[in-house]
Design a protein around this ligand. Structure first.
Ligand code: TRP
Length: 366
């Protein structure tokens, strides 16, 4: 195996994870020194509404990075919807809902570029040369693709599912992003993108070129602990155990009232022994900025009812301005479409420029 392939196969090992975490801490300091050295690309599949897991896991972090002065590109990954399902679902509503979530959370379309796959032909075209740089067995070994396929309950692997990490490399590389804020599960995709960038330059880079065509993108791992759903299981829309950003305060209260806890009356923060209670404390902590231990102490023997009331209030208070803004945005479809069209125009220009560079490097610029 080449070094690059080794790295790809090992990108989820413990040692590699520790390295990625250490590197993320270094990058964080480098951003403070000079945010203009970085360009961020992140994205979401428009398969449902964003919930608290998305917000605390990535969205809040993206807004902070944008506000620290890092140029930010946000992709509505509409072609990625059909990797593991038969149709696109209510795609228009979901795409506009996602744009509204972004804006409501604080993504500023003046500074950041919000765009979608299917509007950017030159981005999608990068997939062709990129596919020639990876092998089929390498794609079959991608741990994230493997586990996503398992989660589909025995569906056959489609060509798009197998190759979507390559498409995702095009997402990152078309705009020359060098930083991708992701969760651990996406690390193999980042490694794949680096391998593609490296192989492209090795194969097509000109000796006289003073810089490579593509940067080597790095992951920026977020600090947020894994949040559970309100039933203590993995948070997922289909389980009905999530709190969506767009839900009302009453719906939020209703879901939290039904949240699973345990029989112990005194509230303590014990993620191993009392995962459901710890999860509620973590939500309250993320929403209020106080530590989970401190919140637990404040509740003491007033029990799960008091804990739920506190979480509900903390979340509803934090979400209120975002929800109000989201409501206004959803009522103004023309504005959401304008934002997306402006972002798409910017992204298309960048994608054309990159594709031109790729054609030149490949001597296909007749
Ligand atoms: N796969 C990502 C997810 O499911 C979404 C995504 C698409 C993405 N393209 C990307 C994330 C490029 C980071 C970079 O959340």
């Amino acid at each position: 195996m080449s070094t690059a392939e080794d790295a790809l196969a090992n990108s989820t090992s413990d040692a590699s994870l520790a390295r990625s975490k250490a590197r993320s801490a270094q990058i964080d300091l480098a951003i403070d020194e000079d945010p203009s050295k970085f360009r961020i690309l992140t994205g979401d599949r428009p398969t449902g509404h964003l919930h608290l897991g998305h917000y605390f896991g990535t969205l809040r972090n993206r807004v902070l990075l944008q506000d620290r002065g890092v140029e930010t590109w946000v992709l509505v990954a509409d072609y990625q919807v059909i990797t593991d399902r038969d149709g696109v679902g209510p795609i228009r509503e979901r795409v506009l809902g996602l744009v509204a979530d972004y804006l409501a959370a604080g993504i500023d379309p003046e500074r950041s570029t919000i765009f979608n796959h299917s509007a950017i032909p030159a981005l999608n075209q990068l997939m062709l040369p990129f596919l020639s740089l990876v092998t089929e067995s390498e794609l079959h070994r991608n741990p994230t693709v493997k586990s996503e396929l398992e989660a589909t309950n025995g569906r056959a692997m489609t060509g798009l599912m197998l190759t979507y990490p390559v498409h995702q490399a095009a997402d990152i590389l078309f705009c020359k992003a060098n930083l991708v804020p992701v969760g651990q599960d996406q690390l193999p995709h980042l490694e794949q993108a680096r391998v593609i960038a490296q192989r492209f330059d090795k194969r097509y880079g000109r000796a006289d070129a003073d810089r490579p065509v593509f940067p080597r993108p790095e992951a920026l791992l977020s600090e947020t602990p894994l949040l559970l759903g309100t039933d203590g299981q993995k948070m997922s829309k289909s389980r009905g155990n999530t709190i969506e950003l767009g839900m009302s305060a009453d719906e939020t209260a209703r879901i939290l009232k039904k949240a699973k806890t345990d029989a112990e009356r005194v509230i303590t923060y014990d993620p191993q022994g009392r995962p459901e209670v710890a999860n509620l404390l973590m939500l309250a902590s993320l929403a209020s900025g106080r530590s989970p231990e401190e919140i637990a102490e404040g509740i003491g023997d007033r029990g799960a009812g008091a804990l739920k009331a506190l979480v509900t209030e903390a979340l509803n208070e934090m979400l209120a301005p975002m929800r109000a803004r989201r409501g206004e945005l959803m009522a103004d479809e023309a504005h959401l479409l304008d934002v997306l069209r402006a972002g798409n125009a910017r992204a298309a220009e960048q994608a054309e420029a990159t594709l031109d560079e790729v054609r030149r490097a490949m001597r296909m610029d007749y």
